[in-house]
Design a protein around this ligand. Structure first.
Ligand code: SF4
Length: 240
């Protein structure tokens, strides 16, 4: 029997959060969907790295090696040299090659399209057996790729907002936050809405609910947020 863990603040509707963020920010751009292996590579490169930098590293890998098989089989120093601008590039080069090699050993080739027919939870479990693939990479592989599955991606910005809002414990792990949030997402949401929600939450975390100093007075979620409610609302006309 599966027990449904409650969000800490059950009064908050994630649909309302989404709607406020859509009003506050421009709707996210529509996606160019990658095949799932490419998306997994993109997500591995993206940890703690600006999107523009990880995207550039992704394209640099393809320019230099031509395909993921060649990246898998290259010397790790050569992969590291190409992705040198991303944070922890040496560690990511090792993790990336280890994941590609394990995938080849398990499936005979670099292909994740077989997951298209799988339910989300077993697909996450399967992906997380690959070295270096945690919940953020596995969910991004399922949701952002051509697989378009309903798996919510939660990164550090998104997690910080959930913690400060009091929706998850202040020290909740990404996996714990995922387990709490997933059952509360509206049934009607599509995989694209999931991706949009993630990007809106991340945008809030980057621009307003920043790591060092959240600007609660400018936040569209202030009244819904356990941290923000203790901060005086900014007077209309004074903000921005
Ligand atoms: S009100 Fe403040 S703490 Fe809450 S989500 Fe907004 S910026 Fe973050």
């Amino acid at each position: 029997m599966q027990y449904l863990l409650p969000l800490l603040d059950e009064s908050v509707s994630l649909a309302e959060v989404h709607s406020r963020l859509l009003t506050a920010f421009r709707p996210p751009d529509h996606w160019f969907y990658l095949d799932p292996v490419s998306q997994m590579v993109m997500a591995i490169l993206g940890g703690r790295t600006y999107r523009a930098v990880s995207k550039a590293a992704f394209h640099a890998l393809l320019d230099r090696f031509g395909c993921w098989e060649a990246v898998r089989d290259a010397a790790v120093e050569d992969v590291d040299a190409v992705i040198g601008q991303v944070t922890y590039s040496d560690e990511k080069a090792r993790r990336l090659q280890a994941a590609l090699r394990r995938l080849t050993a398990l499936r005979g080739r670099l292909d994740l399209t077989f997951l298209a027919d799988w339910p989300v939870e077993p697909a996450l479990d399967w992906l997380e057996r690959l070295p270096g693939v945690g919940r953020k990479v596995s969910t991004a592989t399922l949701n952002f790729s051509l697989l378009r599955k309903k798996a919510m991606v939660i990164d550090t910005h998104h997690l910080r907002v959930l913690r400060r809002m009091g929706l998850v414990r202040p020290r909740a792990s990404l996996e714990e936050a995922y387990d709490l949030v997933m059952p509360r997402l509206p049934q009607a949401w599509t995989a694209e809405t999931y991706a949009d929600h993630h990007h809106l939450m991340t945008r809030l975390g980057e621009r307003i609910c920043r790591h060092k100093a959240p600007d609660c007075g400018a936040c569209p979620l202030q009244e819904m947020c356990s941290t923000g409610r203790s901060v005086p609302a900014r007077q209309e006309g004074l903000d921005k």
